[in-house]
Each structure stands twice: as structure tokens, then as C-alpha cells.
Design a protein around this ligand. Structure first.
Ligand SMILES: N[C@@H](CCC(=O)N[C@@H](CS)C(=O)NCC(=O)O)C(=O)O
Length: 340
């Protein structure tokens, strides 16, 4: 990871000029006609292509929300699969316009890597998965274990800290590619798999025997996952971040993909402003978009709850509970600053 951070930081320094010069990401996106979105190489529920090459998932819907805000068309996205290691270079080099890829917001990524984060679309934490046959009930029983982990992640760093802090020995089994980590775990080359808990749910589904693996109760870190952009383009930063808050705000208002047209007739000035029907609204145009930007997001992908439930919620194979990702009014952390 040190090497990754260093090489990415050198990349940022080398590219510093280019990113400052390419401040008008919105103009560039508009002229090419699509958003180039950096996603996973394939993580069930979050970002994965089907056999026809159509991408779906919780993070994919984020890319679509940004496209809907800009073009009024959620399909105007192209996807770049990135590994944990390659994602930051892809963003710094301008290969992608944003990352929507279970990326933890940390201070070093925000500073040394030259990125910007401001919205968390999934509050997560790092966990451990083990075969049930090991009969392990807690991570504290893992001394001496071989641990599968992907390089270029916060996971690798937290793992080292956790075992050190608890005076436990371990043997890291590290790969760059997700499929290599998965294959190593499936083949029994390691006793434990560690990553973000959401990732563990997704990876377990892809094992040949998901029921024979258990996720341990310990959460050893904070992993606030969210979209990231390059530093140096505040307008683009605002658009990408407020697209996320619009999803949350729509849920707070009870505006859904199905009722968004009807909601335009609401007499609530907050809702009218949000949907761009209140007279003299300038919210969308001040962002560099149209005042229908939030309407287009909800029309295109739904609200935060709909995006969550469609991709990773109770009626999906992942069956993830809202937990920390419930609205702030329902005991969670999802909270949109005022859209006014
Ligand atoms: N949130 C952590 C970990 C993110 C991460 O890359 N996790 C892996 C394991 S779940 C992943 O998504 N791999 C998918 C891929 O490489 O395509 C970070 O930002 O460093």
C-alpha cells in the first residue's frame, strides 16, 4: 500500500498541471455526451456487468444519477472497471470523470492523492469471513491465520493495525485482482477473507458454497465509502456530490421514481424547489445544470432507498439491512444538507 500511495502521489504531482488545466470536466462530459465512471471489476450488487455487458449495481446507479442530472438520461454512462490499485491513477489521469467504487474516504486520499470526497453513499466497516468448518467465533481467535486481502486497499492497512494492536500473528496472502483473492480463499489457501463487510456479503455469494462461510461479528474499522473526483474542479465536485445528496433528499421527501411527476404538483415549497418547479429557482442552474437536475435523478434511478433496495437490500441476494445507511430520522447516518 505504501508503494501504491507513493506512486499514486507521484502520479498526482506529475498530473497536477493536467488536472488544473482540465478544470471544466462538465464541459468535457457534455461534449463527449457521457460520463466515464470508474467502477469495480465486478462486485455483486455494487457494480457488475451482465453477459450482454450491461452494468448494474448500487455504485452503477450512482454513475447513472450523475448522468441523469447532466443529460436527463441515466443511460449516458460508460464504465471503466478498476482494481483497488488502479482506481486512483484512472481518476488522476483523467481516464475517468469520477470514481463510484466502494472507495473509503480517508485524509491521505483527500490530500496526498489529490482527490476530493464529500458524500458517503455507504457507511461500512471492515470485517472477516471464515469457513464455518474452522469453528471460529471471533476475530480474536485468528492468531496465526493466513489472511486473504486485496492490495491497494485500506483493508490491508487496517488488518496490520488490528493484528498488531491485539498482539496476534498472521500471514497476509495478498493479490491485486479480486478474482485472485477469491480463488485463493475458495481453494483454502487462506483461513480468513477480510474486506469491507458489504464486500464480504457480495464475495460470499460468488463462492461455490456460500452457506459454508460465516462473517464474524467484529467490525474493525470505519469505511465511509463514497464517490471521489480529482481536485481542481469545484463545479464538477459539487455536481457529483450533490447528486448523492439529491438521492437522500428525495427519500427524505418521500419522492420516488413512481410518484416524481405527481410530486411536481406538491404545494410544499421545499419539494417544488427541489423538483425545479418553484418559480425563480436557480438551484440547478447555479450547479451548471438545469433546474430539473434533481427531478431527472429521481426519474432516472429513484431515491436513495430505491437504489439501496433494488441492488443490495432485503429482496436481493445480498439482503443487506439499512443499518447505518438508514436516514438520520430513522436511526442512521444518511442526511442531506438543505437543498435550497
Ligand atoms: N473500501 C476499501 C476497499 C475497497 C476495495 O477495493 N475492496 C475490494 C474487495 S471487496 C474490491 O472492491 N475489489 C473489487 C475489484 O478489485 O474489482 C478501500 O477503499 O480501500
Amino acid at each position: 500500500m505504501k508503494k501504491t500511495l507513493l506512486s499514486a502521489a507521484i502520479g498526482a504531482a506529475v498530473l497536477g498541471f493536467a488536472s488544473a488545466a482540465s478544470a471544466a470536466t462538465l464541459d468535457n462530459v457534455k461534449s463527449k455526451g457521457f460520463v466515464q465512471c470508474g467502477v469495480n471489476t465486478g462486485l455483486a450488487g455494487f457494480a457488475a456487468p451482465d453477459s450482454a455487458g450491461n452494468w448494474t449495481g448500487f455504485d452503477v446507479d450512482y454513475c447513472k444519477a450523475v448522468a441523469a442530472a447532466i443529460f436527463g438520461d441515466a443511460t449516458k454512462v460508460k464504465y471503466t472497471p478498476t482494481t483497488a490499485q488502479s482506481r486512483f491513477t484512472a481518476l488522476q489521469s483523467g481516464e475517468v470523470d469520477l470514481l463510484a467504487r466502494n472507495t473509503t474516504w480517508t485524509i491521505s486520499r483527500d490530500t496526498a492523492l489529490g482527490l476530493n470526497f464529500r458524500y458517503v453513499n455507504y457507511y461500512d466497516g471492515q470485517g472477516f469471513m471464515v469457513p464455518k468448518s474452522l469453528n471460529v467465533k471471533s476475530a480474536l481467535e485468528l492468531s496465526g491465520a493466513a489472511v486473504c486481502v486485496q492490495s491497494g486497499t485500506t483493508t490491508e492497512l487496517n488488518l496490520a493495525d488490528y493484528f498488531k494492536a491485539n498482539n496476534l500473528q498472521y500471514n497476509p496472502v495478498v493479490f491485486e485482482k479480486l478474482e485472485e483473492v477469491n480463488a485463493a480463499y475458495q481453494a483454502g489457501r487462506c483461513d480468513v477473507y477480510t474486506t469491507d463487510q458489504s464486500g464480504l456479503y457480495a464475495i460470499r455469494l460468488g463462492l461455490s458454497n456460500p452457506d459454508e462461510h460465516v462473517i464474524l461479528p467484529e467490525i474493525i474499522s470505519k469505511e465511509p465509502l463514497g464517490p471521489a473526483v480529482r481536485q481542481g474542479d469545484d463545479q464538477w465536485f459539487d455536481i457529483v456530490m450533490w447528486a448523492g445528496y439529491a438521492l437522500v433528499q428525495a427519500e427524505e421527501f418521500g419522492i420516488t421514481q413512481a410518484n416524481v411527476d405527481e410530486m411536481k404538483n406538491s404545494t410544499n415549497p421545499d419539494i417544488r424547489r427541489f423538483l425545479g418547479v418553484e418559480k425563480d429557482t436557480k438551484i440547478g442552474t447555479d450547479l451548471g445544470l438545469t433546474n430539473e437536475w434533481a427531478y431527472n435523478i429521481v426519474k432516472g434511478v429513484g431515491n436513495y432507498a430505491e437504489v439501496f433496495e433494488r441492488n443490495i437490500g432485503q429482496n436481493t441476494p445480498l439482503k443487506i439491512e439499512r443499518g447505518l445507511n438508514a436516514l438520520w430520522t430513522k436511526g442512521g447516518l444518511q442526511y442531506a444538507p438543505p437543498i435550497r
